[in-house]
Write a protein of this length. Structure first.
Lengths: 318, 318
C-alpha cells in the first residue's frame, strides 16, 4: 500500500486508532503500576513515590470491609471482634438484640441505663471517618521512650495545649503535663504525690463534697497507704474553717467541676487543703465555660472529651 | 458511503478502533470509580464492594509515606512525631546522630547501652509489614467495655492462649487471664491480691532472690501499704525453711525465670510462700524451654515477647 492511495477518512481512522491504542497502553500501565505493591527491602526510601499503597493496603481493606458490615443498626463489627465460623469477626449486638446481624429483639429484656458509656459521640467520629483514621505499622514506636528520648509524646502534649487554647476552657500553656492510663490512675498518683512522707508520722486525710464520684473514696481505700486515708465528706471541715484557723495542710480535697452527678461548677471547700480539681466534664458539650480553668492541679480525660473511653487516656496539668 | 464500497482493511481498522475506544472507556471508568471515595452516609452497608478504599486511603498513604522516609539508617520518622516547618513529622535520630536526616555524627558522643529497649526486634516487624499493619477507625471500641459486655478483649485472650499452645512455653488453657498496662502494673496488683487484709493485723513480707529486677522492691516500697512491706533477699528464709517449719504463708516471693540479669531458670526458694513467677523472658528467642510453665501465678509481657515496649501490655495467668 502506498500512502498516496489512502483516503482522508482512512488516515483519520488510523490516527484515531493510534491515539486510542496509546491511551490503552497508558491506562493499562497505570492500572497495574498502581495496583502492584511497590517492591521494598525493609521499607527503604525507594518505595512509594506517591499514590500507590503496598503494606497497608490489605489492612485498610479489612478495616473498611468491617466498617461497612451491617448489624441492623443494633450492633457493630470490630476488627478484633470474636471470629465466627466463616473466619471473620461477627456482629456484637447492643443490649436486647441478638442474632448474626442483631436483627432479633430479645424478649422481656431490660436495658440498664446506669452507665457512663460515651457512645453518643460515635456518630460524630463516623462522620469524620477520613480525618480520624489512623494506620499503625507493626514497628510503630517500639521503644520505651516516646519522642526523642522523652517518655511522653511531645506532639500529643502540643496538640492538647492547642486544643485548650482553641476551646478556651483551661490555661494550659505554662503547665506541666502528665499522661495516665485513664484519669483514675492519675487521681491515685496525685493523692500519693500530695501526701506527706509516712516517716514524718503524719497521714493526709482525703475528702470530697457529697455527692461525689465513688472512685475518689474507693481508690483511696483500696491502696490502704500509710501516707493517706479516706476522711469522708468535706462538710465538717467547711464549718471548722469558717469558725477558726484549723491547720488543713494535710487535707487533700477532690473537687469536680462540673460535678457528676449534680452538674454543679464547684470550688474547693476546705481552706488550705491541696485541691485536685477534676475537669473531666469541663468542655462546651457538657457545660458552659465561664472562664478558662487555672487551678494548680487539674485533671482531664478523653473518655468525656472525645468519648474514647476504652482507650484509657487521662492527663493532669500542674 | 455504502458499506459495500469499504475495503476489508478499513473495516478492520474500524473494528480495532471501536474495541480500543471501548477498552479506553472501561479503563477510565475503572480508574475513576476506584479512585473516588465511595459515597457513604455514616458508613452504611452500601459502600466498599471490594478493592476500592475511601476513608482509610489518606491515612494509609500518610503511614506509607512516613515509613519510606529515609533517616540515613540512624533514625526514624513517626506519624505522631514532632512536626517541622514543612508541616510534616521529621526524623528522630538515634543517640550520637543529628541533622534533618540524622546523617551527622555527634562529636565525642557516648552511647548509653544500659537500657532494655527491645529495638532488635524492629527489623522483624518491618519484614512482616503487611501482616502486622492495623487500620484504626476513629470510632474503634469507644465503649468502656471491650467485647460483648466484657471489660477485656476475648479475641486477644484467645490469641494469647493459641500462641502459648503453639510455642509450648506455658499451660494457658485452664488459666484465668488479667491484662495490665505493662507487667509492672500487674506485679503491684498481684502483691495487693496476695496480701492479707490489714484489718487482720498482719502484713505480708515481699521478697526476691538477688540479683533481682529493681522494680520488685521499688514498687512495693512506693505504695507503702499497710498490707505488705519489702523484706529483701530470700537468703534468710531459704535457710530457715530448710532448718524448721517456719510459717511462711505471709511471704510473697518474686521469682523470675529466666532471671534478669543472670539468665537463670529459677524456682521459688521460700517454702509455703505465695510465688509470683515472672516469665517475661520465657520465650524461645531468649532461653531454651525445658517444659511448659504451669505455676499458679505467672506474668508475661509483650515488651519482651514482641518488643512492643511502648504499647505497655502485660498479662498475668492464674
Amino acid at each position: 500500500m502506498e500512502p498516496a492511495s489512502r483516503t482522508p477518512g482512512v488516515l483519520g481512522l488510523q490516527v484515531l486508532l493510534c491515539s486510542s491504542l496509546l491511551l490503552n497502553a497508558l491506562l493499562v500501565a497505570h492500572h497495574f503500576l498502581s495496583a502492584l505493591p511497590a517492591p521494598s527491602e525493609l521499607l527503604g526510601a525507594t518505595s512509594n513515590g506517591g499514590g500507590s499503597l503496598s503494606w497497608s493496603l490489605q489492612a485498610a481493606r479489612d478495616a473498611e470491609s468491617v466498617a461497612a458490615t451491617g448489624c441492623s443498626g443494633h450492633g457493630r463489627v470490630f476488627l478484633d471482634g470474636i471470629v465466627g465460623e466463616d473466619g471473620r469477626p461477627g456482629c456484637e449486638c447492643n443490649t436486647c438484640f441478638q442474632g448474626p446481624d442483631c436483627s432479633v429483639r430479645t424478649a422481656n429484656c431490660t436495658v440498664d441505663a446506669d452507665s457512663g458509656d460515651p457512645m453518643f459521640l460515635e456518630p460524630y467520629w463516623m462522620r469524620h471517618a477520613e480525618a480520624s483514621a489512623v494506620v499503625f505499622s507493626g514497628w510503630h514506636r517500639m521503644s520505651y521512650r516516646a519522642t526523642d528520648g522523652v517518655f511522653q509524646s511531645v506532639e500529643l502534649e502540643r496538640s492538647i495545649k492547642q486544643l485548650h487554647r482553641a476551646v478556651g476552657n483551661a490555661v494550659a500553656d505554662d503547665k506541666h503535663m502528665v499522661f495516665g492510663t485513664g484519669s483514675v490512675q492519675l487521681l491515685s498518683a496525685l493523692v500519693y504525690a500530695l501526701s506527706p512522707d509516712s516517716n514524718s508520722g503524719s497521714s493526709a486525710g482525703v475528702v470530697a463534697t457529697a455527692p461525689y464520684y465513688a472512685a475518689y473514696k474507693s481508690s483511696t481505700v483500696l491502696f490502704d497507704s500509710r501516707e493517706n486515708h479516706w476522711e469522708g465528706n468535706t462538710a465538717a471541715w467547711a464549718n471548722a474553717s469558717a469558725g477558726n484557723a484549723t491547720r488543713n495542710e494535710d487535707i487533700i480535697e477532690f473537687v469536680t467541676s462540673p460535678n457528676n452527678p449534680d452538674a454543679q461548677l464547684r470550688k474547693p471547700v476546705v481552706g488550705g487543703a491541696s485541691a485536685i480539681v477534676d475537669h473531666a466534664y469541663y468542655w462546651p458539650h457538657f457545660t458552659h465555660i465561664p472562664e478558662p480553668a487555672d487551678e494548680d492541679v487539674m485533671i482531664f480525660t478523653v473518655s468525656k472529651l472525645s468519648g474514647h473511653a476504652s482507650s484509657r487516656f487521662g492527663y493532669s496539668q500542674t
